[in-house]
Design a protein around this ligand. Sequence first.
Ligand code: SF4
Length: 686
Amino acid sequence: MYDHVFRAGAIGTMMLPHRIVMGAMHLNLETRDDDGAALAAFYAERAAAGAALIITGGVAVNAVGAGGPGYAVIGDSRDRAALSAAVRAVHDRGGRIALQLFHAGRYARPGAGEVVARPVAPSPVYSGFSRCTPREMTPGDITTTIDDFAEGACTARALGFDAVEVMGSEGYLINQFTAPLTNLRDDAWGGDAERRRRFPLEVLRAVRAAVGRDFPVLFRISGNDLVAGGTPPGEVTALAVALADAGADALSVGVGWHESPVPTVQSQVPAGTWAAVGKALKRALLAVGHKDVAVIAANRIHDFAQADEALSGGELDFVAMARPFLADPEIVAKSAAGRPDQVNLCLACNEACIDRSFGTDRVSCLVNPRAGHEEEFPPPQPARHRSGLFGRYAVIGAGIAGLEAARTLAGLGHHVEVYEAAARVGGQFRLASQVPGKAEFAETIRHHVRELREAGVPLHLGRRIGGEDVPELRSFDGVVLATGVRPARLSLSGAELPHVRDYAQAFADPEALHGRLVIIGGGGIAVDLAHTLTTDPDAKVTPEEFLARHAVPENAPRPGTEPAVRGALREVTLLRRGPRIGAGIGPSTRWVVLRNLKSAGVQMLTGVTCREITPAGVIVTDAEGRDRYLDADHVVLAVGQVPVRHLAPLLHEAGVPVVTAGGAAGTDGLNAVRATAEGLRAAHRI
Ligand code: SF4
């Protein structure tokens, strides 16, 4: 199985046992005041489970190049100590680790902390990502920065790293030099193609000179910037060849900038879409005789079947995966053992990883809330390794919080029983699996249930626990109450009319909704529902269609249109009292979803107060204070949720230790990330 993945390969002088590289992820663990304990524990677990080469998150080569306050700076002795701890931890488990040399340029976020001074860049071009206009680098700044890259590489080698990767893509400093959009200079560092690629080449040459010929140097190149005014395709190819000439051992091929109108890593992007970009560069290198420079594909390859497929034609040497290692630290070991069914799949939701990496919260994972907290929560133990005394626990509710609590308890060796009132597990999470781009949420449920079954956990489905069952629950050492939420009702004239339903009823039977539809509510659930109701669930987009739709081959990236609009079937209007539709959706995803809604013709009204629901519509007062009548064949209420936790006081009264998790614990800020994190914590607290 996965024959193309599981064969040895080389990056320069470094032999690796298989073809998967754990790609760079900024974790917000790098500068914690813990001597690198959390960072080391994170990497150690992955190295122990077969991650052969780990690339660290970007480590800034100087303070002004840090992406924000959570970024390590190579010149900082405390950060170096943390990095050393990570190196030791990986080496102790037989893995290899490369340090990513990073400079954010105009993507550094001033004001995010004291670490970052005013960002610098080739030219003072405003960035919507960092919301600032950087200072133009002087020629002196440029040569000093090149020296900083070289110094950083030297330090990495001295710290025991096995390789370095120069970050030259995703719109960061080096990429800003290669793109006409952000390099407006007309001096030795800009003005034409050759001068625009001088900076990356000088950086690479300096790094190579600093570490010597035998030390592996990878370069993360932008295969396609996906922004108007980005590096032209011919210049990308010329840069790749020049980097190979200058001694790069591998090119890791990224795509897209933070300002790109084309989604690159969101679930709406078909898996494997970007492998073609890496293959094109490999062909260009082979055409000029660079057969020993490894090409690494990245972005939207999230399981080993896709990686094997990408590698199968021999046009790629390695595949870099990042988020899948957050979702399942053992993805390599499980795949090598021929057990892909055991892999906890990354959903490409970005909710606990990329979205958090823009701030200062620890990066973690929706489907694996232990990620980033490895030193806090011990890994689950196979039954044969367990010893000691264990308890008997009940988990009431098998939504995502309950499933997480149950699998954690089972992994700790306890006897667990799960009670679920519905006939199926999953709760709200199962509803989400109907939403376009979220079909794989069902895979998480499948994974967790398989784990529970393998651990021998009884799942009592269709078993509603009531007050009369509390005496029976006293036989347990404790209860995790994860009974979730129910849709909130709306106190509004007409809310009880027959054509009005709540969001759960709408998800349960979307085919019953047709014609003109008004959704009262504009939060994440309302947006998901509108997306579901306006998209053909059977429509599949191939990578080729996706690229064509976004005009990627012509290098004129543009917002794509939703291919599978069901606008003819339904005319949807979203009504939100507040100012922002989908306010709780993460920044990496919200713009994609809202654009899809727009292309589906969904009307999104904000600042609206609903006055009355009538048999044929909804009376509202709009943001300008005008009363309006909106025709509607159906009205759906998505106006929040109410915790279901009536058992909690009864359990307390009966003296049964109880911990609530997920929606049952409260609905403020409730989402799947919070629910799974609480499931994990409840299992450890009970
Ligand atoms: Fe993948 Fe979502 Fe986990 Fe990020 S939070 S690693 S995207 S499942």
